[in-house]
Design a protein around this ligand. Sequence first.
Ligand SMILES: NC(=O)c1ccc[n+]([C@@H]2O[C@H](COP(=O)([O-])OP(=O)(O)OC[C@H]3O[C@@H](n4cnc5c(N)ncnc54)[C@H](OP(=O)(O)O)[C@@H]3O)[C@@H](O)[C@H]2O)c1
Length: 308
Amino acid sequence: MENPRSELKDMNDMVCVVTGANSGLGKATATELARLGARVVMVCRDEGRGRDAQAEIKAAAELARPSRADTVDLCIADLAVQEEVYHLGETIRANYDRLDVLVNNAGVFLDTRRETVDGIEATFAVNHLAPFLLTHLVLPRLQETAGRVGEARIINVSSEAHRGASIHFDDLNAEKGYNPLQAYAQSKLANILFTHELSRRLEDTGVLVNAVHPGVVNTNIWRGSGWISRIARLFAWLYKRPEEGARSVVYLAASPEVAGVTGQYFKETEIVNPSPEAYDEKVETRLWAVSREMTGLVEDTPDESPSE
Ligand SMILES: NC(=O)c1ccc[n+]([C@@H]2O[C@H](COP(=O)([O-])OP(=O)(O)OC[C@H]3O[C@@H](n4cnc5c(N)ncnc54)[C@H](OP(=O)(O)O)[C@@H]3O)[C@@H](O)[C@H]2O)c1
């Protein structure tokens, strides 16, 4: 589906945080949101790659809106490191008095098992725990913004790869064995379970939260050296360009059609049913509790999680 910009909201004065904004879908999303007039806060782990992408996005934004300069900011944070996610949350809360859109986009597909400095399997840490934690940390800004202007939006970039997956509560760290496809699928299922649980907790707050599969897109996610990544690269010419894939993410961030829509899973711009596993409320609640423990939210903060 085409999304001519005329069908999207003017994002002037809005603040949008996009994680993983230096590459692939995140960069294309950040570019389009900046073109629509938003102040875009790019979250990147590598300063050099971040600065290069920031310069390109700024140039694209200025071309679209010559009157508006300097509307693309850069925050450096390795989302695999929880201390850095906490710091990022503080930075965003301190520097921005509104937050209209949070795009939890950064993600990895890892051919071999890696562990983060926090001792957590890296796919689960980056793809699920980091968005879970960052969302909690910036939620006060999203809620205040929704209270003031009527609405704020969270978009969790998931994947059709979640189908067939389940959450392995007995081995979330994949210590008993690592299967890259399983680890990735589990993390993308976790994105949808989180979306469902959070949307219930945020009912009537004006903060909308939806998950999206953007299509199969030719990005750096397939850059690994393992056989799965190598096979994926063989077919890359068939995949969408990042700008095409990002249309669905931008649609969820900026389309008036999404007003009031929450807790949904979108396949591109259509609402579809995710897998049956994604609807299990007991699993949603358990994953929420385990994720709070694994991110230190339980020990460090009183339970300020929105409650049902
Ligand atoms: N491509 C597809 O076909 C497809 C399909 C469905 C869903 N998705 C989802 O789309 C999202 C974006 O992926 P993509 O395909 O655009 O891949 P990509 O080009 O590799 O982009 C991923 C982004 O995430 C960043 N990132 C990775 N680990 C990070 C960390 N520890 N801290 C901070 N940033 C980190 C990357 O930064 P670096 O450049 O520094 O590595 C990069 O900016 C992912 O959530 C993925 O699961 C992709």
